[in-house]
Design a protein around this ligand. Structure first.
Ligand code: FE2
Length: 298
């Protein structure tokens, strides 16, 4: 992998696990990998809920493969975090005890099957843009993990393209309507997923300074819009200019998310927030009960 480039254009030092490295790099990489592991795991729950409602066997197989991949991504990221001192147990504890949060997009459920194509298309493409950026960070084990994850996300993206195409070209009027509505709902959520504007604060962001967050939220959001909006239009989606428009070549304007509301959702105020937390709480309780029974049996 080419050495990450600093803002000044000089190659920045990169680190393997056992290299001496600044404590901010070690702590920052642990945090990024832990947050990713948590999100990969919690992020499968909205999909798992639809396993028995997929409209065909092939779609069910596709969904199962996606869930398996996502849990695998969780393990890969958790392994990186574990090498830096944070294993699954502490990652999940941090979540149930409120020290770690999941992204806004994972606080919702899917309301219809037609929502999957557009929702996944927007989420996967955004994740790919994020991972490509984070993969240029200075902690190399995490960068390598992201490359593996990103390859599988690209596969999920292809599925999402196929599902969206199917509903828009073979669905009835009501199904096409649901897909279009879902596109608008998820476009707003994924715009928020990139985080609040950081144009003036990126230079002082500790993760950026440590070399772990090479690009700012605004830059990534713009990059994503430039890639995904033409794809959505090509599929036949209507892109409402009040929601997203290309004001000048390469510069996108969009309906700015209500950041107070996004914060409220991330803090646990989303429609599925409590259900997600309860599920992970249950996992921890079952693990603890299992450990106790093994001790008792021994
Ligand atoms: Fe993933």
């Amino acid at each position: 992998m080419p050495a990450p480039i600093t803002d000044q254009g000089a190659p920045r030092r990169s680190y393997e696990l056992n290299d001496p490295m600044p404590s901010e790099v070690r702590a920052g990489a642990r945090r990024f990998a832990s947050v990713q592991a948590l999100n990969e795991l919690v992020g499968v729950l909205p999909f798992a809920a639809w396993l028995n409602r997929a409209p065909s066997l092939s779609r069910k197989q596709m969904l199962m493969a996606k869930i398996q991949d996502e849990v695998g991504h969780g393990h890969v990221a958790a392994r990186v975090a574990q090498d830096l001192g944070a294993g699954w147990e502490s990652i999940l504890r941090d979540y149930v005890e409120g020290r770690a949060k999941v992204h806004n997009i994972f606080h919702y459920d899917f309301e219809s099957w037609e929502e999957f194509g557009p929702g996944l298309l927007l989420m996967n493409s955004a994740a790919i843009v994020q991972f490509q950026s984070l993969g240029r960070g200075v902690y190399l084990p995490y960068a390598r993990a992201l490359r593996k994850i990103e390859r599988e996300e690209s596969f999920h993206y292809q599925h999402a393209l196929d599902m969206t195409h199917e509903v828009l070209h073979s669905g009835d009027t009501a199904q096409r309507r649901r897909a279009q509505d879902a596109f608008e709902v998820w476009m707003r959520r994924v715009l928020a997923y990139f985080g609040p504007p950081d144009t003036d604060t990126l230079a002082t962001n500790p993760m950026h300074v440590a070399g772990l967050k090479p690009h700012g939220n605004d830059e990534l959001r713009q990059q994503w819009l430039g890639r995904i909006v033409p794809v959505c239009r090509g599929l036949g989606m209507h892109v409402d200019p009040d929601l997203v428009r290309e004001a000048s070549p390469g510069h996108w304007e969009f309906d700015m998310p209500d950041w107070t509301d996004v914060k409220r959702v991330i803090a646990g105020g989303g429609p599925a927030s409590e259900q997600r937390l309860a599920w992970i709480r249950g996992v921890l309780e079952r693990n603890a009960a299992d450990r106790i029974s093994r001790v008792v049996a021994a």
